[in-house]
Design a protein around this ligand. Structure first.
Ligand code: NCD
Length: 293
């Protein structure tokens, strides 16, 4: 069983992974002794890779890590050959790559499960499972909430995956992005039609919501660095901006956060992004259990 895109999962399966993660978080032990995870990360990662490795250790599994820079890729070995070879060493692969579609390509080349840890600007399904888990945990439900996604929605794979997951669970979604950094229109329309949810598009920050999910403005994509600075400053969430916000607002972020959230917000009870990062372990433990059983 692979996990490449959120579309591979139906609502019942997601609910069962989330409730498994909840049990694990409450102390249930997963015993997958003897199984080995291979982490193949072709793009930088802190949380996704380390929480996958921690999840494997907590499941009594082992893991092997792959460093592309020090591997035979440097001698010209192909990606597919690399996957085929690693398949003989491990029982499951967690993969991150800068190119869209690479996780699917790897899954087609091997019989062992492949879990997508992010493919370019496309999908990041395990992040979405963590996000849905975090919303459920902090708000008690997902359906019927208003969830605002704010930031560079054009380049953030975590936001694309999340929109789909929120649609599946019947949340109302507000998408707020600067000019030129909106999420692809066709994709938004597809999600809206498929799940019949309310999606509102805005170009100005607005914090009147149940869940504020922030992602970074990817400054490296701007041609004009001054424009990037202006947009980043305008979209930076400041402590005083949250004065009129709901008391039980929950603020999430996939991290890394650079300067799009005032660091004074970290100390506010509403900021849940570090907890969210920690939920990566039980959720990925549940994912490894799901794909291996
Ligand atoms: C994100 C990613 O890599 O897509 N990080 C993560 O996995 N928690 C977000 C980002 O890099 O901005």
């Amino acid at each position: 069983m692979d996990l490449i895109s959120l579309r591979d999962l139906d609502k019942k399966t997601i609910e069962s992974i989330i409730s498994s993660a909840e049990e694990i978080d409450n102390g249930r032990k997963v015993d997958l002794k003897g199984k080995i995870l291979a982490t193949l990360f072709f793009e930088p990662s802190t949380r996704t890779k380390l929480s996958f490795q921690t999840a494997a250790l907590r499941n009594s599994m082992g893991y092997i890590d792959f460093n592309p820079e020090g591997s035979s890729l440097k001698k010209g070995e192909s990606f597919i050959d690399t996957i085929k070879v690693v398949s003989g060493y491990a029982d499951v692969i967690a993969l991150r790559h800068a190119e869209e579609g690479t996780a699917r390509l790897a899954a087609d080349a091997t019989d062992i499960p492949v879990v997508n840890g992010g493919d370019g600007g496309n999908q990041h399904p395990t992040q979405t499972l963590i996000d849905l888990f975090s919303i459920k945990k902090t708000k008690g439900r997902i359906g019927g909430l208003n969830v605002t996604l704010l930031g560079d929605l054009k380049h953030a794979r975590a936001m694309r995956s999340l929109l789909y997951g929120l649609g599946m669970f019947g949340a109302d979604v507000t998408l707020i992005a600067p000019e030129g950094l909106a999420m692809e229109e066709d994709y938004v329309e597809q999600v809206r039609k498929k799940f019949d949810i309310k999606i509102t598009l805005k170009k100005e920050p607005d914090y009147n919501t149940d869940v504020l999910y922030v992602c970074r403005i990817q400054e490296e994509r701007f041609i004009d660095p001054y424009e990037a600075k202006r947009v980043t400053e305008k979209f930076k969430v400041k402590k005083e901006d949250l004065k009129g916000a709901k008391e039980d607002l929950v603020i999430l972020h996939p991290l890394p956060k650079i300067n799009e959230i005032d660091t004074r917000i970290d100390e506010m009870g509403q900021a849940k992004y570090f907890e969210q990062a920690h939920y990566g372990v039980p959720v990925r433990q549940a994912v490894l259990e799901y794909v291996l059983r």
